[in-house]
Design a protein around this ligand. Structure first.
Ligand SMILES: [Zn+2]
Length: 202
């Protein structure tokens, strides 16, 4: 998929929202991309994930890891695409999630083999913080992260990952530290996208 096609899909499903948001990175922005709205359609999720998987053609990948919750469906579909033509069970998709203290970890009996080559994927990079945390978890578990991928890179060049990074589309959307947010300066209150966001959008 070309970047224009991905943007067209985002627009078609209403995934690009305008308002005043506090992103999971903690940054504020007037635009939020709700990838769950794209990934809710298995057919579209499959197309986008196949395109992302194709970015890593030729790399040896033994496992796909994604940060929950936003990366779970994407990771699953990317692993499905990477499993095509492979014998046996194919490439597993597992996820890291925050425990009660907020620390990302592997739970649910998921494990990574020593030295296993891992691809980390998530839906959107704003700072790449969740991907960085996932990389750390994988490496602590003995895995070897060979690359990272996202549908959307909205980092505006601030992305600084320690591995090869590929996204399907780079969006030029500003995000701000709270202290520098013009929407906060204008007296607005940022909304954390989530269940409240869904109700507000109706
Ligand atoms: Zn703000």
């Amino acid at each position: 998929m070309q970047p224009e096609q991905v943007i067209e899909v985002l627009k078609t499903v209403g995934a690009i929202r305008h308002g005043h948001f506090e992103l999971s990175s903690g940054l504020h922005s007037d635009t939020y991309v709700q990838c769950a709205l794209v990934l809710q359609y298995p057919r579209i999720a499959e197309q986008i994930s196949s395109a992302l998987a194709a970015e890593f053609a030729g790399l040896e990948i033994g496992c796909v890891v994604s940060p929950a919750l936003g990366g779970v469906i994407l990771g699953h579909e990317v692993a499905r695409a990477l499993s095509a033509g492979r014998p046996g069970k194919g490439i597993p998709a597992i996820f890291v999630e925050r425990d009660k203290s907020g620390t990302m970890s592997l739970r649910r009996g998921f494990s990574i083999e020593p030295g296993q080559p891992v691809l980390v994927v998530e839906d959107v990079w704003t700072t790449g913080g969740s991907t960085c945390e996932a990389i750390h978890v994988v490496e602590s578990a003995g895995g070897r992260v060979v690359a990272a991928g996202a549908i959307i890179d909205r980092s505006q060049g601030r992305l600084d990952l320690p591995v090869r990074a590929e996204s399907l589309v780079q969006l030029d959307i500003k995000s701000y530290e709270t202290s520098e947010c013009p929407l906060c300066a204008a007296g607005g209150v940022a909304v954390k996208p989530g269940s409240r966001f869904v109700r507000a959008a109706q």
